[in-house]
Write a protein that binds this ligand. Sequence first.
Ligand code: ZN
Length: 505
Amino acid sequence: MISIELLEELSRARPGRRVAVSRQSAVEADGVSFALLEIAAERKLGISGPDGAAAGFEVEQEHRAGSQVLSLCPLSHANAERLRRIFAHTAPSPLARKAGSAGAPGITFGVGDRLGAAGPGHLRAFRRFAASPVLAQQSVRELTLTDRTFEDVLDASTWATFQEGFRDPWGADADHLKTEDWVRRALAAGYTMITADVSDAIHGEHADRPASEVRSAYARLEAAYRAEVEKRYLSRSFPLEGGKAVRFAEVAFKKTVLVYREAIELAVRLYRAGTGVAAGGGFDFELSIDETATPTTPQAHLFVALEAKHKGVTLASVAPRFPGEFQKAIDYIGTVEDFRASFATHAAIARSLGHRISVHSGSDKFSVFPSIGELARGAFHIKTAGTSWLEALRVIAKGDPGLFRELYARALERCDEARKLYHVTPDLSVLPAPAEVSDEGAARLLDDVNARRLLHITYGEMLCVPLLRESFFRVLQSSLPAYWAALDAHIGRHLSLLGAPERHA
Ligand code: ZN
């Protein structure tokens, strides 16, 4: 424990400043105490012990009391790295292999945090429900739009787990990576999950071609390759549980090969780039084929996964594209029965091949959560991100409606720009003009489907304006307890509907 005398001395040294210790963060190693301190609304790492206790850390100030020294350290990248080396609970680890066995939760749940401020709120939900959090989860697109790095994102998660004293395993997902270089950079930064996005190499155009064209395009592939895959798939049946099976008809098989062949090759290259950095598959490798125009067929899922495995890829999870629409941060659009039929088959394929099923754009898909939990039998991965950003905006709308109106006006102005990067279709014609949004009505906009769509995709456009960014973070910093409480409730609602068991303290 950080000694109270030292804290008192610190308070005296800085009259008028409030010093608070996060008791749950306090940990010891080799007679040295570590805790997160809050000094005048600024968070610091406090290290207390004999002379030299803070060796290896960046220190801003030292306070002495007798033989003890209290060092105040910034929440810097160097200090986060050092902390991860000393305390395992502040470092991420691969989750997929353990998930569902030896008491580890079967559900792994990605909570993207575009602001680096949500972690403590997320962790409070994971204290209540048995699911393993993937705390640091950002795509390159998100990093670019928020002007952050993989290191920034991971460090925010480290400080959150430290602050909350969260002792269960958690993951770090470098999301939607498309190049070998990004895979290497993410793993070098300490990420433990790689989501390979091979959508650019999926040739969906073949799916609509007539049989004659499919046959002739297929015939142009190398003969040895054709012989190999035909032997593996064409006259075979792949049994699933419950007496069902996946079979390949001739033309459909050739289409599948033409559509996915290059994507599999890219997946293999991305995986090998990863094993070159983190040997022995020390990371969870997720294959994402969800960003396509049409739903993934059972045959495509099976073919892609088996071919990747055949080429030595250890697959942790596969994210297919399901029927209906998974638009960001709003409920599922489509027929729940269609979704159930498709999801049940994909989950069964995943089980039969030994990887986990993954659901992307999982924010707020409340109408299908119970089906996901049931049909995946409590063993799956799901990703959310936008919903935590929208909860931050809700906090802003309540705390500073004027600032919210400015952010909203910017979003409306820049919607077309943002839509180039996201497939989201807000209907702006039904939304109020910024001046029509009352102080009391500001937060209610966060419940409107079209406003959610708009505000979800325009985060980069809002945060790239220095004045807006500064005001945004100032208001958010002063409302963190409210933000964390909102996230605890909101992510908790996700976990509860997904069937995550409640933890009993
Ligand atoms: Zn995705």
